[in-house]
Design a protein around this ligand. Structure first.
Ligand SMILES: Cc1ncc(C[n+]2csc(CCOP(=O)(O)OP(=O)(O)O)c2C)c(N)n1
Length: 583
């Protein structure tokens, strides 16, 4: 049979099936509309869907599974699944769909939905539901799902339950189009589509809907330009500091900011999660500089204008420095009216992205920089880096030193994931990391509950090596991130096991309390060999210098399945100790 004949014969069998099927039956209409909804998702760029098992969700899940252009992943733990989807959205820069059944399953999506909201990542969350009249009637797996995620989604819809009227189909497809467009438009974010479904939930036989072409509604965005008044306005400031928060890698931005920084036109301070750390001309060791400047020299480092872009900033020292000093204005780029006033000095929010802004400023800006301001920062960084290295090298085996050694010797082309709380702080304070290393952390809400899953999600849709460094509580909390059938050997997890929430031993308020160990640290005696092996991962362990380097080498080199390296620490030196040593 040639190809055309085969298609024809397929068509015949489909139309035969179609005749046998009652096309007005509620189940048929449900599947048809959901299949159209999936087609619309695909038309809007959805390439991956994470599905959580359940019966009420079957029509949605099966529609996704039977649609060829979207790759599906089935993950049983909804909290983990949602973080996996978040990781995929972060890695692919595309919207990712997520599906669960009714009841508490949908509540378990909430942590990742909140993280996606504050990290501006597009998740398309489908929750199956019971029809409205069955909520609160002691029926199975029924909770209040309308607007379940509150303000943590950009918008929420409820699908029509009665699908027999043709307007219902138009309404449902309109919702999916709106949801996708809203999720993708800046600031990106999660959207919720609650889908009440009546029984029967299954078609008697698998039905091929062929190619449906529901109408995609597209947003056509116009280019934004900078008003010319800004060029004169910016010339009033001689000491401009540019601060980037969480941002995805962007080569054009690297070029623009490297040029502005290297020519001392601005002082550029990148956050550890900005993917701009250590680019030429950047001041990536700003926290150490701020915390070791002599009080009588501070005024030489204070900017008169701060321009920020991107998401949250990890360094508290930097945030306090900008908040507490006499700075004339703060401008935020690529913002929306609700942009965060991080430094309590927000004066202007620019409706243009950072690339557009800096390109325009480079081409047309009448920048009048004070060369001394940039020189002070650059010289301090030249001074502080070797001092920091000497201090770190002199330390005994401890978390701070291990973090330094791992960060400064990462293999080429790895994607680095930093767990809350100490790992991301270590990297933020002493970022001895190759420029160009991609770095991610769940800093939208700084939770410790999806650290493994989000890194796993990124690694599933990528071929590079993904290295996660996280604490023992974060690892245990989200060890279900290892409970799925999709992990590959490009996932490497380093657990810093200080037997509790080590961060609290370093926080001035918490460490002074008599309840420190019981309430804050929650000391735990565990090791993670069984956890790793149970989840079919290689397992490495070390607790001293003698084995550290060789273990690390083997850990990176091993293939075949994911690897977990547990580094066990007894006592630690805090970042504060390190700063004192440098001072
Ligand atoms: C879901 C969640 N619960 C609680 C917290 C508060 N919290 C912040 S850091 C931390 C301890 C983390 O311990 P661990 O993962 O071992 O990292 P370490 O502090 O030792 O670096 C806790 C409980 C949080 N961020 N997220």
């Amino acid at each position: 049979m040639d190809e055309a004949e085969e298609v024809n014969s397929n068509r015949k069998s489909i139309s035969k099936t179609r005749k046998q099927m009652n096309e007005n039956s509620p189940a048929f209409l449900t599947y048809k509309i959901l299949y159209e909804a999936v087609s619309i998702c695909h038309a809007h760029g959805v390439e991956h869907v994470v599905l959580c098992p359940g019966s009420r969700s079957a029509p949605i899940a099966l529609s996704f599974m039977r649609f060829e252009g979207i790759k599906h992943f089935v993950i049983p733990d909804e909290r983990s699944a949602a973080y996996v989807a978040l990781g995929m959205a972060r890695q692919t820069k595309k919207p990712v769909a997520l599906v669960c059944t009714s009841g508490t399953a949908s509540l378990n999506f909430a942590p990742a939905v909140a993280e996606a909201f504050f990290s501006e990542l597009p998740l398309i969350v489908f929750t199956a539901d019971r029809p409205a009249e069955w909520i609160g009637q002691a029926d199975n797996q029924a909770i209040f799902q309308t607007n379940l995620y509150g303000k943590h989604v950009k918008t929420a819809f409820t699908f029509p339950t009665e699908l027999s009227h043709p307007d219902s189909e138009w309404y449902a497809i309109r919702q999916v189009n709106e949801a996708l467009n809203i999720a993708k438009i800046q600031p990106k974010g999660p959207v919720h589509i609650n889908v009440p479904l009546r029984e029967p939930l299954y078609l008697d036989e698998a039905y091929d809907f062929g190619i449906l072409s529901p109408k995609k509604v597209e947003i056509v965005q116009s280019e934004r330009t900078l008003p010319s008044s800004v060029y004169d306005n910016i010339a009033h400031y001689q000491r401009i500091m540019v601060v980037s928060g969480t941002h995805r890698p962007n080569k054009t931005l690297v070029e623009l900011l490297s040029k502005l920084g290297s020519e001392s036109k601005i002082v550029f301070v990148p956050d550890i999660t900005s993917n701009l750390v250590n680019i030429p001309g950047s001041i990536s060791f700003a926290e150490l500089i701020i915390d070791t400047i002599k009080p009588d020299e501070i005024s030489n480092f204070v900017p008169d204008l701060v321009i920020s872009f991107g998401g949250p900033i990890v360094s508290k020292s930097l945030k306090n420095f900008v908040r507490n000093k006499e700075i004339k204005e703060h401008w935020h780029l690529s913002g929306h009216p609700g942009s965060a006033d991080t430094f309590q000095k927000l004066a202007k929010v620019f409706d243009i992205d950072s690339v557009g802004f800096f390109k325009a400023v480079l081409e047309n800006g009448k920048l009048q920089p004070n060369p001394e301001f940039a020189r002070n920062w650059a010289n301090s960084q030249v001074d502080i880096k070797p001092k920091t290295k000497i201090a770190l090298d002199s330390l005994p085996f401890c978390e701070v030193k291990s973090a330094y050694q791992i960060l400064s010797s990462l293999p080429d082309d790895v994607v680095l994931h930093l767990g809350n709380s100490l790992p991301v702080r270590f990297a933020s304070v002493f970022p001895f990391i190759k420029s160009g290393t991609e770095i991610y952390s769940n800093r939208g809400t700084s939770g410790i509950d999806g650290t493994v899953s989000s890194a796993a999600g990124q690694s599933m849709v990528d071929t590079q090596m993904h290295v996660l460094i996280c604490g023992d509580l974060a690892f245990m909390y989200d060890s279900n991130g290892l409970w799925n059938n999709y992990l590959k050997d490009n996932l490497k997890i380093i657990v810093f096991n200080n037997h509790g929430g080590g961060i609290f031993r370093t926080l001035p308020g918490a460490k002074a309390q008599k309840e420190l160990e019981e309430y804050f640290v929650v000391k735990q005696p565990l090791n993670f060999g069984y956890t790793a092996i149970q989840h079919n991962c290689h397992y490495f362990h070390c607790k001293d210098f003698e084995t550290f380097q060789i273990t690390l080498y083997g850990f990176y080199a091993i293939t075949g399945k994911p690897a977990v390296l547990e580094i066990e620490f007894r006592e630690d030196l805090s970042i504060e100790n390190l700063k004192q040593m440098i001072k």
